[in-house]
Design a binder for this molecule. Structure first.
Ligand code: ASC
Length: 126
């Protein structure tokens, strides 16, 4: 629960910021600019699946604002679906990491990025 809307906005912005930063830490591996350490990637995807669950409770009724478009509250089922899609994609990235196969990690990483972008395109102001 949040005492005031500003607290919810601040919480979701920080949660999404950490999520983006921690997701981006895998980019050098996926781009083959850093070695593929399967154990380290697995540790990171386990963290990411946890982080992916955090922002959504802070988009409750009456918390309009920040960069969120009003569609979050006008098209709530679509927003929730977009949030679920990202978490599902993240769980698949975690599965891919457990496989130890870089090709699978690359594909799953791209799918997560797409799910981030899809939600931003529909629900985030520039
Ligand atoms: C990231 C990040 C996003 C997504 C998106 C993918 O690393 O912070 O919001 O990927 O840019 O298109």
């Amino acid at each position: 629960a949040f005492a005031k809307p500003e607290d919810a906005i601040k919480y979701r912005q920080s949660a999404l910021s950490v999520l983006g930063t921690q997701f981006g830490r895998l980019a050098p591996v996926v781009r083959e600019q850093a070695p593929f350490d399967a154990a380290a990637v697995q540790k990171q995807t386990a963290l990411l699946t946890q982080l992916a669950a955090l922002p959504w409770e802070a988009f409750g009724p009456g918390t309009e604002g920040g960069k969120a478009r009003d569609d979050v509250w006008k098209e709530t089922p679509k927003f929730q679906q977009a949030a679920t899609n990202m978490q599902t994609a993240m769980a698949k990235l975690d599965d891919a990491a457990k496989s130890g196969d870089l090709a699978q990690v690359k594909a799953a990483y791209g799918a997560v990025g797409q799910s981030c972008k899809a939600c931003h395109d529909s629900f985030r102001n520039r």
